[in-house]
Write a protein that binds this ligand. Structure first.
Ligand SMILES: [Zn+2]
Length: 294
């Protein structure tokens, strides 16, 4: 895995050095990720409030996409070559729901991370296929009900080199639950993922992006880190009969693209599965490389 980060960082650095100034794309933060898609009760604890970067409860809006997408970049295709002298950089969110930042501040940040919530589902194989063909690793924040229906896919996600994170058993708004209920929503998935991967998961994505101090304390106790998103694909928005044009998903991602983008999508939707290769190609065209968390 380390290899991959190194390669990613190297590519990002090389590409950046060749990039010209940004275009006049839409300003940053224009489409703050709203509450979690698949959730029937949006609006609760909408993450897009205008809190400052450090403000709790604001996973989204605050992402100040530093610079808009840069269509002038080079081809952006990672060549997979590896420089033995490259620093061993790891990527972390720069706060809850904020852009990824490198462990080495000298490293440029034209990177993005794909995250998929709510699955596994019948569409997960297609998502995995798109990722495999493009050579991209992602994070899958799984649910208890998805895992119960597709235990084989949980294993496959791991076997194909992706990261498994937790998105709760039943997808509640965690801020409305007490400590014990919160733990009951999380612990079985810790056990499941540990069983599948041989080590406990490290990351948690809250349904609806909703969290509060009590949830953070629970996560702390369970040694989990909350990861929200900074770039919502809107794959949940304007869906008609379960489908929307995958190109609109790509557009939404590009509109919000910024260095260190943590992209929220759902492997429970057909159009998202179709959009995956398009998103990857569009970002690479703009000089972006894909990374995952340690
Ligand atoms: Zn969700």
């Amino acid at each position: 895995m380390k290899k991959q980060w190194i390669a990613s960082v190297l590519c990002a650095a090389m590409l950046l050095s060749g990039c010209a100034a940004a275009s006049s794309d839409p300003p940053s933060g224009r489409t703050p990720p709203v509450s979690d898609p698949t959730d029937p009760t949006p609006g609760i604890a909408d993450p897009g409030d205008p809190n400052g970067p450090a403000g709790p409860g604001d996973p989204s809006g605050a992402d100040e996409p530093g610079s808009p997408s840069d269509p002038s970049g080079p081809d952006g295709e990672p060549d997979g070559s590896e420089n033995p002298g490259a620093p061993a950089v790891t990527w972390k969110p720069g706060g809850i729901g904020y852009p990824l930042v490198p462990s080495d501040p000298a490293v440029e940040q034209k990177v993005a991370m794909l995250t998929f919530d709510d699955g596994p589902s019948n569409y997960t194989p297609q998502v995995l296929e798109g990722l495999r063909e493009a050579g991209v690793k992602a994070v899958f924040f799984i649910t208890g009900y998805g895992a119960a229906q597709h235990p084989d896919l949980v294993k496959r996600i791991h076997e194909e080199g992706h990261l498994l994170g937790i998105h709760t058993m039943t997808h509640p708004n965690m801020t409305s639950l007490g400590r014990e209920e919160q733990i009951a929503e999380i612990q079985p998935l810790i056990d499941l993922i540990t069983d599948v991967t041989g080590e406990p998961p490290r990351y948690f994505r809250p349904p609806f992006g909703a969290y509060n101090d009590e949830l953070l304390a629970t996560l702390d106790e369970l040694e989990l880190e909350l990861i929200n998103w900074s770039n919502g694909s809107l794959d949940w928005d304007d869906v008609v009969d379960g489908y929307k044009d995958p190109n609109l998903v790509v557009e939404a991602v590009l509109d919000q693209l910024h260095p260190g983008s943590v992209i929220l999508a759902h492997d429970t939707m057909k159009h998202t599965a179709e959009a995956v290769p398009l998103i990857i190609a569009a970002l690479r065209e703009r000089g972006y490389e894909f990374v995952v968390l340690p």
